[in-house]
Ligand binder design. Structure first.
Ligand code: ZN
Length: 198
């Protein structure tokens, strides 16, 4: 039985598809939106559509951005010989917020997960290999401390074994199973400072 009109039911259903949003929260957001004036809701909807339409992967590091080359890769103030490998753009943002990392990134857009059928070919490893043919001193592997993150770190370290490039892994100060974006900046910095050679 439907308690709301069709349009409201549809709105709640769409909101309920968002990550971490259950039925109750979807209802709450829907009613919040319905009580806003029409222009604010339009602005909100436009922001979603515009962000989605202009979203693309940086041609260099594969992060989500709205330009061909993201601002970090385009900057000549960054150390382009040090590449930190992270799983997604939110992890990159977490490290950027520390303000202490001056290298560049490579965003894999995922992690290897045999359980979910995600293999090395399904994430941005090929793009990483291409970059490593350039002048690179160090690759810092900062994938999450999950099973998938560790499997990915292992794969990359094997892949780079004979390249002569220094390969390090951030320390496990990052809690096991924790997504990097939820870790506080001090912990992230400590993990980076205490990184180990692989
Ligand atoms: Zn980039």
């Amino acid at each position: 039985m439907e308690y709301y009109s069709k349009t409201i039911t549809k709105l709640i259903a769409e909101l309920g598809h968002l990550p971490g949003i259950g039925q109750k929260m979807a209802q709450r957001i829907a009613f919040h939106l319905l009580h806003q004036d029409e222009q604010s809701v339009r602005d909100f909807a436009d922001a979603i559509v515009t962000a989605r339409t202009s979203a693309r992967f940086c041609k260099e590091c594969c992060t989500l951005t709205d330009e061909d080359i993201c601002p970090i890769c385009a900057s000549d103030k960054r150390d382009h010989h040090t590449i930190m490998v992270v799983e997604d753009t939110r992890d990159l943002v977490a490290y950027e917020k520390t303000g202490q990392y001056n290298g560049v990134y490579h965003v894999l857009q995922g992690a290897i997960s045999p359980m979910q059928g995600i293999g090395p070919g399904d994430i941005r490893l090929k793009e990483l290999m291409v970059r490593l043919q350039g002048d690179v001193d160090e690759v810092i592997i900062a994938t999450n401390s999950t099973l998938e993150g560790e499997a990915t770190a292992l794969f990359i370290s094997k892949m780079l074994k004979d390249t002569g490039i220094r390969v390090t892994r951030i320390a496990s100060g990052v809690p096991v199973g924790g997504d990097l974006e939820y870790v506080d900046e001090v912990t992230l910095l400590r993990a980076l400072e205490n990184r180990k050679e692989l």
